[in-house]
Design a protein around this ligand. Structure first.
Ligand SMILES: [Fe+2]
Length: 292
């Protein structure tokens, strides 16, 4: 089946045109076309994809192999969905009720409103995230994506040289603590984080991208404040409006993004009054792990 895409931003992100039922896609040729689409656009939007949880997990595995199951949230609370590879992107408790404003799970989830990449605090890190919209509120509750390849390309030569070979430590404990979230000693023990290069190269296309996130806590071998200032400057640069695509969710959307070439954040909405329920499955980047 030939896939066609319509661009959503001059630099990245595209929507699939024409009918395709991703949950039934089995053949390698179509999955390879999908990967080529990911390599070109880094964010792909598919409308009208009615996934069940099992179908979403199976599709992610067929498409990209190993699933990410050691989420930061697993340290704080057990998933109400019963499978740690299926991340609950919702504002609901285990009985389906909207979380109270001071509920610890809600406060933890608010960290998703900072610019981040999924599972950068792991090694191997997250590669593709697939987010399926099940319940969408009547108010805007969008997700923004930043294109990190165009952001890298737009840096001046001097900065590119300066970034060469730098590595950053990523920790979800750090990004949550920035917002004032407290962890117990035991939780911190399980959230030690991981070190990754600040600039990544896609092995198939050779394209380079900035690899940043709110999880990035420091630059290895740099004085702490200097590293944090660099990270702030780069995030500010990469999230200028020309590099950002804002997705307005519809029920049935499946959005796939490449965490190694994008950042994203959830935008605020009245989440103590409006139900919002999405499911995420993220794969791990086994390739670059093997190379590094
Ligand atoms: Fe995320």
């Amino acid at each position: 089946m030939a896939l066609t895409f319509r661009k959503l931003n001059p630099h990245f992100a595209a929507e699939a045109v024409g009918a395709i039922a991703l949950r039934s896609v089995q053949d390698r040729a179509t999955l390879d076309e999908l990967r080529a689409g990911m390599d070109e656009f880094a964010v792909l939007v598919f409308r009208d994809q009615p996934f069940s949880d099992a179908e979403q997990l199976a599709f992610a595995q067929r498409f990209d192999g190993t699933l990410h199951a050691k989420t930061g949230a697993a340290v704080v609370t057990r998933s109400r969905l019963g499978n740690e590879a299926l991340t609950d992107i919702s504002n609901l408790d285990e009985s389906g009720e909207i979380l109270e404003s001071n509920d610890r799970r809600r406060m933890y989830a608010l960290g998703n409103r900072l610019w981040h990449t999924d599972a950068s605090f792991q090694d191997p890190p997250g590669r593709y995230s697939m987010l399926s919209a099940r319940v969408v509120p009547p108010v805007a509750a969008d997700t923004e994506f930043a294109g990190m390849r165009a952001a890298y390309d737009a840096l001046d030569e001097e900065t590119k040289v300066r970034l060469e070979g730098l590595r950053a430590h990523h920790s979800i404990a750090y990004s949550r603590q920035v917002l004032g979230f407290d962890f117990s000693q035991e939780e911190l023990e399980n959230l030690k984080g991981a070190v990754h290069p600040l600039v990544r190269t896609n092995p198939r296309t050779g394209r380079r991208s900035l690899y940043l996130a709110s999880h990035a806590s420091r630059i290895i071998d740099w004085p702490l404040p200097e590293g944090r200032l660099l990270l702030r400057d780069l995030i500010e640069h990469a999230t200028q409006p020309q590099f950002v695509y804002r997705h307005q969710w519809r029920v049935g959307d499946l959005v796939i993004w490449d965490n190694l070439a994008t950042m994203h954040r959830g935008r605020p909405f009245d989440d103590t009054a409006n139900r919002r329920e999405l499911r995420r499955v993220t794969t791990l980047d086994m390739e670059s792990h093997a190379i590094a």
